[in-house]
Design a protein around this ligand. Structure first.
Ligand SMILES: O=c1ccn([C@H]2C[C@H](O)[C@@H](COP(=O)(O)OP(=O)(O)OP(=O)(O)O)O2)c(=O)[nH]1
Ligand SMILES: [Mg+2]
Length: 148
């Protein structure tokens, strides 16, 4: 799918986000920092990516997700847990970077800090009803089907 992209930081041009393998779902986003940024345990900083995208079609959205290595090994995840990029958003993609770990972590300029995934979206039209047609599950949830 073709998406309009604006490059807001010339450094992006040298290292354009790319799918690492043919089957990759995510494009890695880089930290457009001027100097290394140390995040103390518990600290959150909004980091620029130097990129803007305009999906334009409400049938799509983009998600910003953590990278598994950074998240699992170093506790570097997202302050908003998941970033949701609306199809009509035209501003710079920003990564809320949260150190949920116990140690300080330093992010280097241009380091790949998160990944962007395009997903299909369905907007719902609300059909208001008094009762739902019965389903097997009904209102059961939160472990109602047991463990094994
Ligand atoms: O990690 C993120 C999350 C959001 N955004 C941008 C794109 C998104 O379309 C816009 C609004 O995001 P969201 O709707 O999640 O935030 P909000 O707090 O509801 O702000 P708004 O009132 O602007 O919708 O902010 C980012 O750049 N990075
Ligand atoms: Mg919103």
């Amino acid at each position: 799918m073709q998406v309009d992209v604006k490059i807001l930081d010339p450094r992006v041009k040298e290292k354009m986000p790319a799918y690492a393998t043919a089957g990759s779902a995510g494009l890695d986003l880089r930290a457009m920092l001027d100097e290394p940024l140390t995040l103390a345990p518990g600290e959150t900083k909004l980091i620029k990516t130097g990129l803007a995208i305009h999906l334009a079609d409400p049938g799509y959205a983009a998600l910003i997700l953590p990278r598994s290595g950074l998240g699992h090994k170093h506790g570097i995840v997202l302050g908003n847990l998941v970033g949701l990029i609306d199809s009509d958003y035209q501003g710079e993609l920003m990564v809320s970077t949260w150190n949920r770990g116990k140690d300080s972590f330093t992010i280097e300029p241009m380091e790949r800090i998160a990944q962007l995934v395009i997903v299909p979206v369905v907007q719902m039209q609300m059909n208001i009803v008094e009762d739902f047609q019965a389903s097997d599950r009904g209102a059961g949830g939160f472990g109602s089907t047991g463990k094994s």
